[in-house]
Unconditional design. Structure first.
Length: 337
């Protein structure tokens, strides 16, 4: 594939079923924009998902549902390569080859590794090696840019370090990928405390119907100091208001903030306005998702075609890597006796 656009982008997302607001605001809407100007590879990273607790019987459905979310929000197979990680075996092969240069000390210093391994009696190697597979995901396609949240910057810096170490030992080949930071920042969940995450139950699904959206939004934590309806609020610290800024028309925001500060509108009514705007925003996306789910073969064909395009690029990378790492014993001349 050519680099006719402004650079090459890779990003992936773990399959946890349909995407939620945090996925959409922090990643997916940016991916949709990037595919217009860059050569993009977007991946459902199911091989990363097996490093934590999961149900093997649920994983295929979660992969499919996330792929539907990708396509429903506007990722276009004509503009991007969209595929499932496990359909391209070169990802794990390159990850193993990168183990030749990946520094164990740096892996052990990864914040996410330390957080996730703290309470484990026996730590899986995959949890430690997770960033090496991430590096392989990115460099297999020699990506220049990686859209990431701030919580992933440490992993991306390790990817750059692995690229530098490999290049120093085997010759310049891999780019040192640069981050593209999400404009949305850290999206807090409905609890107002932690990042939006399905494992914490603090999300709103982007494909949820309006009634379900309301049932979720009505539980959202607001300004903790606004205990009674008559208490003045502080929109600048209210998580519901922070979501209003993404989904409510800009001309309505001053009124929402003013009524919050003046205690002339209750939090429940404010949440209802937000819920209605979220439902309206995702209405066309829900419609596209219904069409995709009604024709699952269309989704499979898109993912299969994406995997084939990805494999072609991956094979080229691995051929060069193996050549430089000396894995070409078959090229030795055959000596006659």
């Amino acid at each position: 594939m050519s680099h006719a656009k402004q650079g090459r982008v890779f990003s992936g997302m773990q399959p946890s079923g349909e995407a939620h607001l945090g996925n959409y605001l922090g990643a997916l809407r940016q991916w949709v924009e990037l595919q217009e100007t860059h050569e993009c590879f977007f991946c459902v990273v199911d091989e990363h998902a097996i490093t934590g607790e999961y149900s093997p019987s649920d994983l295929p459905g979660r992969v499919f549902d996330l792929a539907v979310s990708f396509l429903a929000v506007g990722l276009d197979p004509a503009r991007s390569t969209i595929f499932v990680q496990s359909d391209v075996s070169e990802h794990v092969v390159l990850a193993w080859l990168f183990n030749a240069v990946a520094p164990v000390g740096e892996l052990e210093r990864m914040t996410q590794y330390k957080d996730k391994s703290t309470n484990l009696e026996s730590i899986p190697v995959g949890l430690l090696n997770y960033p090496v597979l991430q590096t392989a995901d990115i460099l297999l396609y020699r990506a220049d840019l990686v859209p990431v949240g701030e919580d992933q910057l440490q992993h991306l810096e390790l990817s750059r370090e692995i690229a530098r170490r490999w290049n120093a030992r085997f010759g310049e080949y891999f780019p040192e990928p640069q981050p593209v930071i999400s404009r949305a920042g850290r999206i807090l969940g409905l609890d107002g405390n932690a990042k939006m995450s399905k494992s914490l139950g603090n999300t709103v699904g982007i494909l949820a119907e309006p009634e379900e959206i309301w049932e979720r939004v009505r539980t959202a934590v607001t300004d903790p100091q606004r205990v009674r309806r008559t208490d003045p609020g502080r929109p600048e610290v209210c998580n519901v208001y922070s979501l209003h800024k993404f989904f409510t028309p800009p001309e309505e925001l001053p009124d929402i903030a003013a009524q919050c500060r003046g205690a002339t509108r209750g939090c429940v009514d404010c949440k209802r306005i937000l819920s209605d705007h979220i439902a309206e925003h995702f209405a066309p996306i829900r419609e596209r998702a219904r069409d995709l789910k009604a024709d699952p073969n269309q989704v499979r064909e898109i993912l299969d075609a994406g995997a084939e395009k990805a494999r072609a690029e991956a094979r080229e990378t691995l051929e060069e890597v193996r050549e430089r790492m000396g894995m070409r014993w078959r090229d030795l001349p055959i000596l006659s006796t």
